[in-house]
Design a protein around this ligand. Sequence first.
Ligand SMILES: *[C@@H]1O[C@H](CO)[C@@H](O)[C@H](O)[C@H]1NC(C)=O
Ligand SMILES: *[C@@H]1O[C@H](CO)[C@@H](O)[C@H](O)[C@H]1NC(C)=O
Ligand SMILES: *[C@@H]1O[C@H](CO)[C@@H](O)[C@H](O)[C@H]1NC(C)=O
Length: 304
Amino acid sequence: MIDLPCNARMKFVLLSFLVLINFQICFSVLPIVIWHGLGDVCCNPLSIGGLQKFIQQEIPDVYVISLKIGKTTKEDFENAYIKNANDQVKFACDLIRNDSKLALGYHGLGISQGGQFLRAVAQRCPDPPMANLITLGSQHQGVYGLPRCLGDDVKFCNYIRTLLNHGAYKKWIQNFVAPAEYWHDPLDEETYKKASVFLADINNERATNETYKRNLQQLKNFVMVKFTKDTVVQPIETEWFGFYRENNLNSTYTLQESPLYIEDRLGLRTMDDQGKLHFLKVEGDHVQFSQIWFKQTIIEKFLR
Ligand SMILES: *[C@@H]1O[C@H](CO)[C@@H](O)[C@H](O)[C@H]1NC(C)=O
Ligand SMILES: *[C@@H]1O[C@H](CO)[C@@H](O)[C@H](O)[C@H]1NC(C)=O
Ligand SMILES: *[C@@H]1O[C@H](CO)[C@@H](O)[C@H](O)[C@H]1NC(C)=O
């Protein structure tokens, strides 16, 4: 019975005296898919593994999976830097589609770059459906500035920074360095729009992909959390889908002020009108939040 789709089970409910049990199965909490950030791995007990465990304590019986992009933890760590973002998204879509426990839908929880990657999953892989998308310190309009090197392997990270400095829009770097694929140069918007193989595509900068727009609007809630003292992400406004104004590093615009929103190229204005967009902030550095905040704000309102 557990394998039946929800509406089939609903019909069965009418014939069954197990009404309560059926009802509970049908409306039980959705599973959660987490995508980690740069310099992290899927299952480190000190970071995502700990978060996963906390969610499982707070929501008994919930199924939580933290995506591992690759076969091993080492691959997972490296792939966050050097696997083409489009290929990472494709890999994640396969993992999600292959997991029968996610067949009826799930909530997405993206940490840092994992947030814009999960948004791409929602836009490109609508089946199974994502219900709520929560992004923590993610770069929806990209970054302009070298990310501070985090994690254990600083040497590797420094090598990546050197490449970004060398030329984020050079074709070989675009196809090889994941952060280059959401590198957004406000002093050269034209090149960004032409050369960005990932971000400019999912943000409908080159053309309006109606499929992306339709799929994104299937979300019930799109929650963007900004960290007001973030020292990693530049500019911080990207965490709420804003960015630097063209040719002006002194000034930023909000999502609501952007042509993307005004022309509703991605359906975000429609979603805002429907009350689906949530702009939350935490006073803290990059993805630094307390368990109490996470429980009260994210778990209670969007994951339960
Ligand atoms: C998903 O399943 C297909 C078919 O069983 C398999 O070939 C593929 O490797 C799986 N992909 C992932 C990412 O697990
Ligand atoms: C829109 O995106 C979908 C999913 O990635 C893709 O298959 C399709 O070719 C895109 N359409 C256009 C017009 O680019
Ligand atoms: C930005 O601010 C700096 C320092 O305050 C100033 O020198 C520069 O002219 C400003 N640039 C623009 C484009 O406003």
